[in-house]
Ligand binder design. Structure first.
Ligand SMILES: [Zn+2]
Length: 194
């Protein structure tokens, strides 16, 4: 497998790998791919549960991404807390909860941007599926997590939305409905401000 950092650089991306370079990334950086400085055996951001205190987190990448993407025409930013799924495939409660915490901190950064740009921003938080068939057993072991499988499940997932158009995300719908709703909002905003 070729080194993605080398391939990206060959194709005109600025490739950021040093932790110290991330905070200075700002608007005008152009096409950029930023990697965590310390990668785990799977070449990904290590699980929060396995990180040194103060190590790079998903929230750091969200903050950098917002700085790079923010511009007068607006932007679309997709962020994935992808290792919630990995830990859930392993039925690893400790690491799954750590990843939820990491994802929560990343969402807080996005909500900070929303607060500062309330009349022109929408933040949608959801999942593409549940993994592990997880339930919380309340009695007699308060809060014990029970896994029922190691694959994806068909359980319904929540959709949280805050900001412009938030009311469109109420109700129960197919996951493709997220695309339709986001597209309708983007089309409307582009028609208003071509
Ligand atoms: Zn999965």
């Amino acid at each position: 497998m070729p080194d993605l950092r080398v391939l990206a650089a060959e194709h005109g991306f600025s490739v950021v790998t040093a932790r110290s370079a991330l905070p200075s990334l700002s608007s005008g950086a152009g096409p950029t791919i930023a990697f965590a400085e310390d990668l785990d055996a799977e070449s990904s951001l290590p699980y929060l549960a396995d990180r040194e205190p103060g190590a790079q987190s998903l929230a750091d990448f969200v903050a950098a991404g917002i700085r790079v993407l923010n511009n007068p025409q607006g932007f679309f930013f997709m962020i994935e807390g992808g290792k919630i799924d990995w830990a859930s495939h392993d039925n690893d409660s400790l690491r799954m909860l750590g990843e939820m915490k990491d994802f929560d901190a990343a969402i807080r950064v996005a909500l900070g941007f929303l607060q500062a740009h309330w009349n022109e921003t929408l933040v949608v938080v959801t999942a593409d599926h549940e993994t592990g068939g997880l339930s919380v057993q309340d009695q007699p072991f308060a809060g014990r997590l029970d896994w029922s499988k190691t694959g994806h499940s068909a359980a319904k997932v929540p959709v949280y939305a805050q900001g412009v158009g938030q009311e469109l995300f109420l109700g129960i719908y197919e996951n493709t409905g997220i695309f339709a709703r986001l597209k309708a909002l983007l089309d409307a905003s582009l028609a208003e401000d071509p």
